[in-house]
Design a protein around this ligand. Structure first.
Ligand SMILES: [Zn+2]
Length: 96
C-alpha cells in the first residue's frame, strides 16, 4: 500500500535515490549521481503523507460516488415519487 522503498528521484538528473536507515528530520538527501540537494527528510515525509492522503481520499471518493450512482439508478428505476418521511400517528378514536 505504501511506498516503503523511500525512493526519490533527483529533480536535476532524475536519478533514483533512497533514504537509508532512520534519518533525522533535518537530514538532507543529496543525489548520488549529480550530488545536487534533493530534499530534507522532514520535507520528504510531509510530501509523502500529503500524496498518500490524497490517494486514499480519492479511493474513498471513487467508492462513494460509485455507490451513490448505483443508489440513484435504483431510485430512478422505481418510477414513483418517494414516500413522505412523515411517521403516521397511531389512530386515536374521538370520544364525543
Ligand atoms: Zn541528480
Amino acid at each position: 500500500m505504501f511506498n516503503r522503498s523511500r525512493k526519490i528521484a533527483c529533480s536535476h538528473c532524475h536519478g533514483d535515490n533512497f533514504w537509508k536507515g532512520d534519518p533525522a528530520p533535518t537530514d538532507e538527501l543529496a543525489c548520488r549521481y549529480c550530488n545536487a540537494f534533493i530534499t530534507t527528510y522532514d520535507d520528504y515525509i510531509h510530501n509523502f503523507i500529503r500524496v498518500e492522503a490524497a490517494r486514499m481520499l480519492a479511493q474513498f471518493m471513487e467508492t462513494d460516488s460509485e455507490r451513490d450512482l448505483a443508489m440513484l439508478k435504483h431510485a430512478l428505476s422505481q418510477q414513483r415519487p418517494p414516500r413522505p418521511l412523515r411517521v403516521s400517528k397511531p389512530y386515536l378514536p374521538v370520544i364525543r
